[in-house]
Design a protein around this ligand. Sequence first.
Ligand code: NA7
Length: 519
Amino acid sequence: MYMLYRLRQLGLSVRVYEAGSGVGGVWFWNRYPGARCDIESMNYSYSFSHELEQEWKWTEKYATQPEILRYINHVADRFSLREDIQFKTRVSASVFNEATNRWEIQTDDGARASARFLIMATGCMSAVNVPDFKGLESFQGKAWHTARWPEEGVDFTGQRVGVIGTGSSGIQVIPKLAEQAAHLFVFQRTPSFSVPARNAPIDPVYESWMKANYADYRRRARETRAGVVMEVNPKSALEVSPEEREREYMARWEKGGTAFLATFSDVMARREANETAAEFVRSQIRATVRDPAVAAALSPSGYPLGTKRLCVDTGYYETFNRDNVTLVDVKLSPLEEITPRGLRTRSAEYELDSIVFATGFDAFTGALCNIDIRGRGNASLKQKWAGGPRTYLGLAIAGFPNLFTITGPGSPSVFSNTLVSIEQHVEWITGCITHLRERHLERIEATVEAEDGWVAHVKEVADRTLYPLANSWYMGANIPGKTRVLMPYAGGVGAYRKKCEEIAAQGYAGFSLEPPRAM
Ligand code: NA7
């Protein structure tokens, strides 16, 4: 939506294709009960319009999905964006025509269009992952994926419900389903680390302060690692006494939210430091969950805290103290098949009226590879990325001229407040297109050398972190057969922005720029 807004300001004619029937992307599709952002509302919003940020009033520290969707609809109306968005239309294929230097686009309704520039704003997590369970089709009850939740909602009253998956979506939906279902079975393969949100209504004093200081706050946020201003304790977790360590972790735990990761400077950098944070969370699980065997099963081990996305919850661990909730450890007893009446693990059978798949996404590359994108020489993007995604800055791809990706693989994307990343990408792409137009250039393409260099840099930075130690969707490890590589850039949004700005200032170093072809 912001890209559309900026391109219109350049006087370009723009067409946005959107598969959904409304705006909102992730917040349009993920309507499951409990869906909520885990970045504070006042930060998780557009900064490009002073009037917009001043007039909008968030009600809670962490906004719910309906509130975020209302905000997105408000933005669409306020800037009259809908008139250039074609809803209920999925792009099926797109090929670069080298004779005209234009992208030819095909949609699933059989229509065709062509454009000088093709900008993929397909999201990091829009391609839904439903594992290929044996017997899936035979299930006679109802099944939903959290990211394809029906608009009218679902009533689980009196039902036996199974949830598969305990990532961020599972952790948000499980407490809500437990309040409704007659019995809830939670099928957990890998326990997540989760910290309490401590959600609350927006404090009016904080709101006024933020609105008075928004510009300065946003500027500082853009220079940080994660696009959020947070207090990072400069001390190492290993240099302080056990008492001080416990005190610091407890203070962050009581405050709530992902700032828990910043309790000490090396939580995300050193395995031993990380383990102290992990053990603190385990101690909180043990203190909350009454049944020691359930507490043990809910306690993650074997991967560092934060290397699978740190979850933020409201009442997740407490839910397992309810009589109508059963945790089923499918690592111990694997899920063998879905049957007409429920689900069977190696050791037991569960009768279910409904199954909720909280099984995540084919992240970063799924949405892009689901479209048959062909660049120069009819080369396929999907084939090019078979060994892992290759981009220059997560913004451009060698062999695919005039194509840009917003929050593409190789950019900080999900390692940041995504609004900060989206705005930066949109502004960089706007600058790039302006540069081309001013010089009457028709074509821009990342060079193979520049792309190779960036891919190597992304890997080098990744190898200095703990992320490769987990089988996460960051690593593509949740999708069978997907190449295992850290897809987002772990160097931080501040450093990344600088790099992007330098490249632009050098006349788009690492890109080849071409004038129109002589006729
Ligand atoms: P995630 O974080 O990918 O979580 C998916 C969950 O589903 C996770 O617990 C998986 O276990 C589980 N899963 C996936 N496949 C299976 C199979 N075959 N059997 C059992 N369990 C399975 O997705 P979310 O939607 O929760 O969150 C994605 C992001 O969206 C989130 O971090 C926010 O940024 C927004 P596994 O861990 O793979 O063992």
